[in-house]
Design a protein. Structure first.
Ligand code: ATP
Ligand code: ZN
Length: 299
């Protein structure tokens, strides 16, 4: 049980989520020295302790109230919930926020030279996976019979060494599938990192701290998605410029010294800014176009 007034956050020690999880806290102003060998690190400027563990342990630490918050992949969380449900154990936790990293999908893939076309050609085949419960839930909902073979890692080599007919594994770019001569046939779960919280009572200090942290994280995510755009545009083309820039709220219009035909426009765009947009702005007569990253944002 928790006995401290400090907020405990569990995150992955080393792996695909660790760098982004650490960065997220740093971008939120948490000063912490996460040394590799330490299980627990203490923030210097806020009452926050970070516990770094294997990602598979994070949902359990939150559900058993050992930590207050956890940063974990939705895939790992869902697998844990389903495995606990299978053992008739409840999963208590609260999803606080979907994060903008750890994007991947759990997919079925088969050897490129196999004859499988779609899900319904999967009957009674063996599928190697690290996510047997998500796989079971998905295929049972479609009334497809199969056998699963649980592997903790190197799932992608299972068909080649004769362990299974196909695999159900995490994919992001598809490069690993390609390297192993596998073809993706079906996405069964889309995932991203999430920040979850334990249930139960929180002291008012912790409640406030969680609120502060989540507000800052939302600001960090919003800032990462947004760009600050500055340009000079013909005074007669203001509306056309705005309509080219999707996700732009009311621009600030300033006078340009010594040029009454042009104005200076400053605006925040909440969408990705592409070279094509820049080229179209030029065609409208815009000049001096600057696209700047935004570090922090609060609305
Ligand atoms: P640990 O040692 O902590 O158990 P792991 O090997 O199980 O680590 P990683 O490969 O580091 O896990 O992946 C952690 C999480 O990152 C995944 O559960 C998933 O949510 C996310 N992820 C994003 N892209 C990918 C990808 N291409 N392959 C695997 N996981 C990905
Ligand atoms: Zn893991």
């Amino acid at each position: 049980m928790l006995n401290s007034n400090r907020l405990r956050i569990a995150m992955q020690k080393s792996g695909r989520l660790s760098h982004n999880s650490k960065n997220l806290l740093v971008n939120c102003g948490v000063r912490i020295n996460l040394q590799d060998k330490k299980l627990i690190s203490f923030a210097e400027n806020m009452p926050i302790d970070v516990i770094r563990v294997r990602d598979d342990d994070i949902p359990g630490l939150v559900m058993n109230k050992i930590v207050d918050l956890g940063i974990v992949g939705g895939n790992v969380l869902k697998e844990k919930i389903l495995s606990r449900a299978f053992k008739k154990q409840k999963s208590s936790y609260k999803l606080l926020l979907d994060l903008d990293f750890g994007l991947c999908r759990l997919s079925l893939a088969c050897p490129k030279d196999s004859f499988y076309k779609d899900l319904y050609s999967l009957k009674n085949f063996t599928i190697a996976t690290s996510y047997p419960y998500i796989l079971k839930e998905y295929l049972e909902s479609k009334n497809i019979n199969f056998k699963s073979f649980t592997l903790k890692g190197s799932v992608e080599i299972a068909p080649r060494v004769g362990l299974s007919d196909m695999i159900c594994d995490l994919v992001s770019t598809g490069a690993t599938l390609e390297e192993n001569n596998l073809r993706e046939i079906n996405v069964i779960y889309k995932s991203n990192a999430q920040i979850i919280s334990r249930t139960g009572k929180f002291s008012s200090i912790k409640k406030e701290l969680i609120h502060k942290l989540i507000t800052r994280i939302k600001g960090v995510i919003k800032a990462r998605e947004s760009k600050y755009i500055m340009l000079h545009a013909p005074a007669s083309k203001i509306n056309q410029v705005v309509s080219l820039l999707k996700g732009v709220e009311t621009p600030t219009i300033l006078k340009l010294a010594g040029n009454s035909k042009k104005v200076v426009m400053h605006m925040v765009s909440k969408e990705n800014f592409f070279w094509e947009t820049m080229e179209n702005l030029k065609k409208l007569g815009a000049t001096s176009i600057l696209v700047l990253p935004i570090e922090k944002m609060m609305e």
